[in-house]
Design a binder for this molecule. Structure first.
Ligand SMILES: Nc1ncnc2c1ncn2[C@@H]1O[C@H](COP(=O)(O)OP(=O)(O)OP(=O)(O)O)[C@@H](O)[C@H]1O
Ligand SMILES: Cc1ncc(C[n+]2csc(CCOP(=O)(O)O)c2C)c(N)n1
Ligand SMILES: [Mg+2]
Length: 299
């Protein structure tokens, strides 16, 4: 039988696909990071590009409140700008909807989208409107540009052996509500790139179980995870904290000397309500295997 997407998995699929198309011969970062990064020749800013799709029944349900759908669609993109150490700029929104949808539903989605941009930055620049066949799932896809100060840019690939692995917030159980209402960690990431200069950073969308191995691999390293140290949402097991996904917290790495009583106190003063937790370290060679995490094309 022919090999199907579900036999391959998401990461292997993307690896195969990107080989089929001409790419930037000298990229700041490849396909592979949270955003694409373009050097436009402006010495004060690099350009960030991101596109991100949400599908009914996959990322939200027919009875999800429309404003929350819109908030989530915008916040997912903002979270990826945060993960690069950057800020959002212009947004393009593509909607593909069944003709039977109530007008009020898509207006509600746009209101939620607008609330998120008004709160966190970014402007609507345009989009595209099309339909899906009657009875099919709705799709909302957002593309956006952003910028990052060259000295602030933080890739997945910058981790070094011995770096501590840290995470903001608490993980797991996002399906109970946080996946729709989360705060993209733009302020926290801006603080981190100014004060601690993480060596590598990404946002957590597929769960630490999938995303930590991605960060380590991008850095050409393995990792050790202290499972008991992983900060859990109330009522969640370690497995849920590692595997549920859609936490939209920051996962980043720091040389150990940068994590001391002074820097811990500075973080706690800047963000008193948001825990910052060391959950492991990067190491040469031997990579732990982690079970779980989200893969759209897992068996
Ligand atoms: N169909 C595709 N074609 C080319 N590149 C892709 C494709 N899908 C993803 N990529 C690239 O692969 C990398 C990982 O994509 P992914 O969508 O998993 O990003 P992410 O930030 O980890 O996840 P999320 O979508 O949850 O924000 C990104 O750099 C992205 O640009
Ligand atoms: C109806 C419904 N079912 C399941 C989930 C959970 N979920 C969907 S996508 C995803 C990972 C991130 O996706 P992506 O890689 O596309 O960013 C997770 C954890 C949900 N939110 N709603
Ligand atoms: Mg991401």
């Amino acid at each position: 039988m022919k090999k199907a997407l579900k036999d391959l998995g998401e990461d292997a699929l993307i690896d195969r696909l990107v080989r089929l198309v001409p790419r930037d011969p000298d990229p700041v970062t490849g396909p592979g990071d949270d955003c694409a990064v373009i050097d436009t020749g402006n010495t004060r800013a690099l350009q960030l590009l991101k596109t991100d799709a949400m599908v009914e029944h996959v990322h939200f349900l027919p009875d999800t409140p429309p404003r929350k759908i819109g908030w989530k669609a915008a916040a997912r993109v903002l979270s990826d700008f945060a993960a690069m150490g950057g800020t959002p700029d212009r947004f393009l929104v593509t909607i593909a909807l069944p003709p039977s949808w109530p007008v009020a539903r898509i207006e509600g989605i746009y209101r939620g989208f607008g609330e998120c941009l008004a709160r966190h930055g970014g402007f609507l620049a345009g989009g595209e409107t099309t339909r899906v066949p009657a009875g099919s799932a709705a799709v909302i896809s957002i593309a956006a540009t952003g910028t990052v100060v060259p000295s602030h840019i933080t890739l997945r690939s910058g981790g070094r052996p011995g770096d501590l692995v840290l995470v903001t917030g608490r993980l797991g159980g996002s399906i109970r509500g946080k996946h729709l209402t989360f705060t993209p960690r733009l302020e926290e990431a801006a603080w981190l790139v100014r004060h601690l200069k993480p060596t590598a950073m990404m946002d957590l969308s597929d769960g630490v179980a999938k995303d930590l191995p991605r960060l380590a691999k991008a850095s050409g390293l393995g990792f050790q995870l202290d499972r008991e140290a992983v900060p859990r949402t109330r009522g969640c097991t370690v497995e849920q904290a590692l595997g549920d996904g859609e936490d939209f917290e920051l996962l980043f790495t720091l040389p150990p000397r940068k994590w001391n009583t002074r820097t811990i106190a500075a973080w706690n003063e800047a963000f008193p309500k948001l825990p910052l937790t060391v959950i492991g370290k990067l190491s040469e060679g031997a990579e732990e295997r982690l079970e779980g995490g989200w893969d759209h094309f897992a068996k």
